[in-house]
Design a protein around this ligand. Structure first.
Ligand code: NDP
Length: 452
C-alpha cells in the first residue's frame, strides 16, 4: 500500500483538480485528510466505500442573484449561495455569512468543517453553509432589511425545518435572522423552525447568543483540566469583537481568567488591566447598537492602547483565543505566541490558524483545541433550538447552560478518545481526535445508505 503521505498527495491532487481556485476549501480538506488517511488504513471498509472522497463533494451548491435597492434608489446586485454539504445524520445545518470575502471556496471550507463539527455535538444535524458577498458595513437598517428579504426570496425554496436550517455567522446576527425569518414566513405562510438564532419572542432559544464563545471557553477548561491545569489566573489574548469574541471574553472573566485584548478589521486594543464585565458590555453596545470601531475603546478607557492594522498575537499571554475569521494566526504569529509562552489555544473562529501554525503549536506541545470541536457550542445550542421548536416548548436558562456545558465536556471526551490513539508522544492530539470522531459517525451513516 502507498505510504500515508503518498495517499494524501494523490487525494489532494484530485481534489485540487476538481475544485480549481478554491484555496480555503483545499486547506480545510487537507487538514482533515492528513489525519483521516491513517485512520482509513486501520478501517479499510471506509476506504472501499470512498467515504472521504464522497464527504469532500457537496450534495449540491446553489448560487443566485440577489437584487436590492439602496437608500438613494440605486439598484444593487450581489451573489448569494447555499452549500448543502452532507445530510447523512440530519438536516443540513450551518450559518449564513454576509461579508465581501464570501465566495464558493470560503463557503465550501466552512460547510466541510461543519460536517465534522455537527457530528461531534452528538446531535442529529447534517452540514451546510451559505451567505453572500454583501458588505453590511455602513448600510442603513432599511438597506439591511431589503437585502435580507431579497436574499430569502430565493433561499426559501432550498430550506425547511426538516431540509436545511441556516443560522447566523459573520455579519448575520439576531437582526438579520429576524428579517429573513419574517420573509420566509410571509412567502410560505408557515411558522416553522427554519432558522436558528431567532429572537426569543418568535421561537429563539436562551443561551444561543452566548453559546459559541462560552462553549469555546468550556472546551479550553476541559483541555486544561486533562493536562492538570486551570484557567483561573491565566491571561488571555482574544481577537475579534463580535458575537464569539465578546462572549469568550465574558466566560474567561467569569472563570477567573484575565482577557486583555479584542480586535476588528481596523486593529486591536490591549487593556493590560484586563476587561471587567462593564468594559465587555461597553464593547457589546459599541458593536451591536452603535456599530462603531474597536479603536474607540482606547479613547474611552485610560491605560488601554490601540494598535492599528495589527492582530493581538504579539501580546504576552497564557491563552490565545482567535475569534474573528479564517487564517488570522499565521505561522509567524504562532511562533511569536510560542516564544511568548502561550500554554493553550482554543479556536472560537473557523479555521483561524493556518495549517503550518497548527503544526508549530503541536510541535511546541501547546494545548491546541481546533475550531470544529472548540466552537461547536453555537451549533449545539442551535440544535437545541430546533428541538424546542419541534416540541413547541422553551427551556430555561439554567437547563440550557447545563446542557451546553455537558455537550462541550462530551465533545472533549470524543476528541480525547481518538486523540490519544492517533496523537504523538504523550500528547492528546485534539486535531486528529476531532476529525476522526466527527468522521466516524457520519461515515457509519453513509455506509448504511449504500452508494448514494
Ligand atoms: P461577528 O460578525 O459577530 O464578528 C466578527 C468579528 O471578526 C468582528 O470583530 C470583525 O471585525 C472581525 N472580522 C471579520 N472578518 C475579519 C477580517 N477579514 N479581518 C479582521 N477581522 C475580521 O461574527 P461572529 O463572532 O459570529 O463570528 C466570528 C467567527 O466565529 C467566524 O469565523 C465564524 O465563522 C465563527 N463562528 C461563529 C459562530 C456563531 O455562533 N456566531 C459559530 C461558530 C463559529 P469587523 O467588524 O471590522 O469586520
Amino acid at each position: 500500500m502507498a505510504s500515508a503521505n503518498e495517499q494524501l498527495n494523490n487525494f489532494m491532487e484530485g481534489l485540487e483538480k476538481r475544485n480549481p481556485g478554491e484555496p480555503e476549501f483545499h486547506q480545510a480538506v487537507m487538514e482533515v485528510a492528513a489525519t483521516i488517511i491513517p485512520f482509513l488504513d486501520n478501517n479499510p471498509k471506509y476506504r472501499e466505500m470512498q467515504i472521504l472522497e464522497r464527504m469532500a463533494e457537496p450534495d449540491r451548491v446553489v448560487s443566485f442573484r440577489v437584487c436590492w435597492q439602496d437608500d438613494e434608489g440605486n439598484i444593487r446586485v450581489n451573489r448569494g449561495h447555499r452549500v448543502q454539504m452532507n445530510n447523512a445524520i440530519g438536516p443540513y445545518k450551518g450559518g449564513l455569512r454576509f461579508h465581501p470575502s464570501v465566495n464558493t471556496s470560503v463557503l465550501k471550507f466552512l460547510a466541510f468543517e461543519q460536517t465534522f463539527k455537527n457530528s461531534l455535538t452528538g446531535l442529529p444535524m447534517g452540514a451546510g453553509k451559505g451567505g453572500a458577498n454583501f458588505n453590511p458595513k455602513g448600510k442603513s437598517t432599511n438597506e439591511i432589511m431589503r437585502f435580507c428579504q431579497s436574499f430569502m426570496t430565493e433561499l426559501y425554496r432550498h430550506i425547511g425545518a426538516d431540509i436545511d436550517v441556516p443560522a447566523g455567522d459573520i455579519g448575520v446576527g439576531g437582526r438579520e435572522i429576524g428579517y429573513m425569518f419574517g420573509q420566509y414566513k410571509r412567502i410560505t405562510n408557515s411558522f416553522e423552525g427554519v432558522l436558528t438564532g431567532k429572537g426569543l419572542e418568535f421561537g429563539g432559544s436562551l443561551v444561543r447568543t452566548e453559546a459559541t464563545g462560552y462553549g469555546a471557553v468550556y472546551f479550553l477548561q476541559n483541555m486544561l483540566k486533562a493536562a492538570g491545569k486551570d484557567v483561573e489566573g491565566m491571561s488571555a489574548a482574544v481577537s475579534g469583537s463580535g458575537n464569539v469574541a465578546t462572549h469568550a471574553a465574558e466566560k474567561l472573566l467569569q472563570l477567573g481568567a484575565k482577557p486583555m485584548t479584542m480586535s476588528d478589521s481596523g486593529g486591536f486594543i490591549h487593556d493590560p488591566e484586563g476587561f471587567t464585565q462593564e468594559k465587555i458590555d461597553w464593547i457589546k453596545d459599541l458593536k451591536n447598537n452603535r456599530r462603531g470601531r474597536i479603536s474607540e475603546y482606547a479613547d474611552h478607557f485610560t491605560g488601554a492602547t490601540f494598535h492599528e492594522g495589527k492582530r493581538p498575537w504579539s501580546v504576552d499571554c497564557d491563552i490565545a483565543m482567535p475569534c474573528a475569521t479564517q487564517n488570522e494566526i499565521t505561522e509567524e504569529d504562532a511562533k511569536m505566541l510560542i516564544s511568548n509562552g502561550v500554554k493553550a489555544v482554543s479556536e472560537g473562529a473557523n479555521m483561524p490558524t493556518v495549517n503550518e501554525g497548527v503544526e508549530a503549536f503541536q510541535d511546541a506541545k501547546v494545548i491546541f483545541g481546533p475550531a470544529k470541536a472548540a466552537n461547536a457550542g453555537g451549533v449545539a445550542v442551535s440544535g437545541l433550538e430546533m428541538s424546542q421548536n419541534s416540541a413547541r416548548i422553551s427551556w430555561g436558562v439554567d437547563q440550557l447552560q447545563e446542557q451546553l456545558r455537558q455537550i462541550m465536556e462530551d465533545i472533549h471526551g470524543r476528541c480525547e478518545k481518538y486523540g490519544k490513539d492517533y496523537g504523538r508522544d504523550d500528547q492528546i492530539d485534539y486535531v486528529a481526535g476531532a476529525n476522526i470522531a466527527g468522521f466516524a459517525k457520519v461515515a457509519d451513516g453513509m455506509m448504511a445508505f449504500g452508494v448514494v
